[in-house]
Design a protein around this ligand. Sequence first.
Ligand code: MSP
Length: 500
Amino acid sequence: MGNKFYITTPLYYVNASPHIGHSYTTIAADTLSRYLRKVIGEDKVWFLTGTDEHGQKIQRAADEAKLNPQDFADKTSLQFKSLWKALDISYNDFIRTTEERHIKTVQKVLAILYKKGDIYEGKYVGLYCTPCETFWLESQAIGGVCPDCKRPVDKITETNYFFKLTKYQDWLVKYIEAPANSKFILPAMRHNEVLSFLKLNKLTDLCISRPKERLNWGIPLPFAPSHVTYVWFDALINYISAVGEFDAKDKYHSKWWPADLHLIGKDILRQHAVYWPIILQALGIEQPKTIFAHGWWMINQDKMSKSKGNVINPVDMVNKFGLDVYRYFILRDVPFGLDGNFSPDAIIKRFNGDLANDLGNLVYRTLTMVEKYYAGNIPPLDIYGLKLNEREELIKKSIQGLQQAVYAPLSSDFDFSLALEKIWELINMANKYVEETKPWNLAKEKKDAELKIFIRLLVEVIRKVSVELGAFMPQTAALINEQIGNDSIKKGAPLFPRIC
Ligand code: MSP
């Protein structure tokens, strides 16, 4: 990892009802940002999120709400801002695609690509799914229905503007295949998926405009004000419009670009791993370092959607279980990249096991012993300078190695689950140490030196765990630090009382 880190989430459609899927990407981005701010410095991390506000879907939702689209977007983008507040998301910037800074950049990009000949006027004849705002080939829209939403597609003929994806297909394949770019698309299965798609299919140029008579709600093309920009082309550009500008010679300047990580869901991989790299290449702008596509949260193995009525609001989960429990669950339960099945029962299982039995118990029993044997004052002792027995040495080594053990999976594969597992390995080791040492016997037999080492080691484990846990579970880490961060402890109620 370099000395700065620019991380983005997708821009959420401003008409969406925020659900646990949206919160997933954002909590992951938040956790990594918090973690890296500690490692490379507060001002070295830039975390961008925002809302996607143009296009037919938004226009339609605004019509339904009897608002003009701008007023509608002003109102609904606040939903996301308040959700991120409730989830304590530490974003540095929130971009809306209706902001001037974004519109200006999109128009500049369009002008540059048009001047270069990479955008040209053409006739579009084809099948279009209006709800999904996606064009389909005859071979894809089998039976005349959209392969995604299964609603009928419309046959459309119109003058439009096209972006020359075809010109860059060979370049993109080579770029993705280059050994130096092995982390360009992660996880590996997504890298393979994009490569085989590009090898098996000839790209067609991307229709990047909509005639105003069909759609008015978008950014006008600077060279054809009769057309507005296709929402995906518009939205992707946010990643550069938020953090930089083009100069008079069409060169892009930014303190933060290239992005170190675009976090996305697997359903928007094509736009991010095919369209976006080609747009950047055509503009002569450096590629992002990594595009990571995570899996989906499903409900009873089914995708969540408004129309199915199975959408879970993250705020309900937070109100029920607590913010940190929710954050822990979604980052721990499923390896980042795979799909997961979401259920309150699965949260309860993690809660009673990992949080109550393991972490909560370790903290509570340690505080209880400090209270009982040392009147609430942690005995002074430098365990790092002492010769310890074999098992204690092992624990000491694990304490000393924890930072690296957590950092390694996070920095190499963005593996949040494995990073948490590493923290729990130490917690479990410490719990086992308590059970096997039987401290009550040490106390009874007046083995003072041993008891002191025992308590100090546990305190060190907990302190280290709380430091490493800070990015994942900020409130819990702060609470642990309050209870055991100073020489005199402040024992509170158990952190995670079991849920029956
Ligand atoms: N506006 C576009 C993205 C433009 S980025 C320049 C969009 N928005 S969205 O609101 O529909 O989806 C945003 C993100 O939420 C996507 O990454 C998507 O994968 C993610 N999720 C939506 N449902 C999801 C689950 N059920 N589970 C996990 N993430 C999912 O697409």
